[in-house]
Each structure stands twice: as structure tokens, then as C-alpha cells.
Design a protein around this ligand. Structure first.
Ligand code: ADP
Ligand code: MG
Length: 230
């Protein structure tokens, strides 16, 4: 196996991806290149339809690119069978979406505990870590509440805590504050940043919020299917 760039959490090389469009094909990624190191926070800023979600899905091993290479947490994932890709995704990648996708019948704490239990952690240890993560996200005082009793910003705090529950190497977030008012978005982002800085996690965050983008380490965009630095 060839050697990976030092401390690389995510790498894309020559990624090409298209969707079917009637008889033809709509090429969205046309040779995307990207490398994100451990501890780095990168903003992905591009207009709607540019391919941000497509890029995040490919980076998170939810979708296979037509061509090109995807490296996650030191693994070349292109040639891996589906089962192995799923394992790498579960162990190494956390996702946050614009909508929280929390389980409605479970408390905030249980939503963070559950993925850890599925990964084999003992209840006490999972609860200890769950409380710690909720505290980082400044939502520990709502640990016993179900999502329906939480505000939009509070739900996203829980969703972020859940995404990092199993200590991934890479956090991918698709417009995580897109549904929040600017003040709440800023506060949720502050908590996310504290968590990321404490854990050395690499993050790639698609956002339309330029103010938040400027608080990250680096900004990239998509220009005609390729990644460009901003
Ligand atoms: P963004 O997240 O930047 O808004 P997307 O990655 O969601 O962009 O989509 C990029 C383009 O690909 C859009 O034109 C979209 O309509 C198209 N697209 C996305 N997903 C699919 C799909 N499953 N099938 C067909 N076209 C798709
Ligand atoms: Mg999108």
C-alpha cells in the first residue's frame, strides 16, 4: 500500500461523479482534489447545485465515485468491498445534516449513547462520554429531554454530539446551521469549534454562512466540478 500524506484524515484524488439526466449524464465532479489534515477545519462554500452534498457523500463513503480515489483515515477506500467501506465509515466518519435526524422517542443523552452501544461500548462508559460531549456542546442541562422539547439550535447541538460519539477521525457537516438564525448559528458553531479543537478531529463543513466560513482554517469552493481554494 502506498504511503499516505502525513496525518491526512480525508483525501480525494481525481474524483469524477455524474448523475443520469434523461438519456445523458450530468457530470457534477470533474476531477476533484482535496486533502484535509487531522485537526483542520475546512469550509466548503459554493452555490446551490454546485455539488457540495455530492462531494460530502463521496468523502463519507455513502456514495462511490465513478472514478478517482477516496482516502479516509489512512485507508484507500476505492477498492474496498461494501462491508469494509461501511466499517470504515462507522468507525472513522461522523455526519451532521441540516435536519437533525435525532430519534424522536429518545432523550438527548440516549441519542448520543445509542451509537456507542451499537459499537460495543458498555452503558456506563457510553453515558459518561455522552454527558461529556453534551457538556462540550453546552447542552448537558437538556440531556433528559426528547428532541420535540428542544429548540432547533439545541437539536443541532445534540446531533453534533451524536456525530462524534464514536470518536471519528473526520466530521462531515452539510449546512449544519442552515436552518438556524444567525445568532444561534454562531453559538452552535462556537460549541462545535471547541469540540473539534479538543478532539483533533478533521472537519469539512458545507455552509452558506460566510462569517462562519471565515472562522475556519481554510475555505474551498467548487468551480466547474473541481475544488478550488477561496
Ligand atoms: P449542492 O449540495 O451544492 O446544492 P448537490 O451535490 O446536492 O449540490 O447536487 C449537485 C447537482 O447534482 C444538482 O444539479 C442536483 O440536482 C444533482 N443531483 C444531486 N443528487 C442527484 C441524484 N441523486 N440524481 C440526479 N441528480 C442529482
Ligand atoms: Mg446540498
Amino acid at each position: 500500500m502506498s504511503e499516505l500524506p502525513n496525518r491526512e484524515a480525508l483525501g480525494l484524488s481525481g474524483v469524477i461523479h455524474a448523475y443520469r439526466e434523461g438519456e445523458g449524464r450530468l457530470e457534477i465532479l470533474k476531477g476533484a482534489e482535496l486533502s484535509i489534515a487531522a485537526g483542520e477545519m475546512v469550509a466548503l462554500v459554493a452555490p446551490s447545485g454546485a455539488g457540495k452534498s455530492t462531494l460530502l457523500h463521496i468523502a463519507g463513503l455513502l456514495e462511490r465515485p465513478e472514478a478517482g480515489e477516496v482516502r479516509v483515515a489512512g485507508r484507500h477506500c476505492g477498492g474496498l468491498p461494501d462491508g469494509e467501506r461501511t466499517r470504515v465509515r462507522r468507525e472513522a466518519v461522523g455526519f451532521v445534516y441540516q435536519f437533525h435526524h435525532l430519534l424522536p422517542d429518545f432523550t438527548a443523552l440516549e441519542n448520543v449513547v445509542l451509537p456507542q452501544r451499537l459499537a460495543g461500548l458498555e452503558r456506563r462508559e457510553a453515558e459518561r462520554r455522552g454527558r461529556e460531549l453534551l457538556a462540550y456542546m453546552r447542552i448537558d442541562h437538556r440531556a433528559a429531554h426528547v428532541p420535540g422539547e428542544l429548540s432547533g439550535g439545541e437539536r443541532q447541538r445534540v446531533a453534533i454530539a451524536r456525530a462524534v460519539a464514536n470518536a471519528p477521525r473526520l466530521l462531515l457537516a452539510d449546512e449544519p446551521t442552515g436552518n438556524l438564525d444567525p445568532k444561534t448559528a454562531g453559538q452552535v458553531f462556537d460549541a462545535l469549534t471547541a469540540l473539534v479543537r479538543a478532539s483533533g478531529l478533521a472537519t469539512l463543513i458545507a455552509t452558506h454562512n460566510l462569517e462562519l466560513a471565515h472562522r475556519m482554517d481554510r475555505r474551498i469552493t467548487l468551480v466547474d466540478g473541481r475544488v478550488a481554494e477561496l
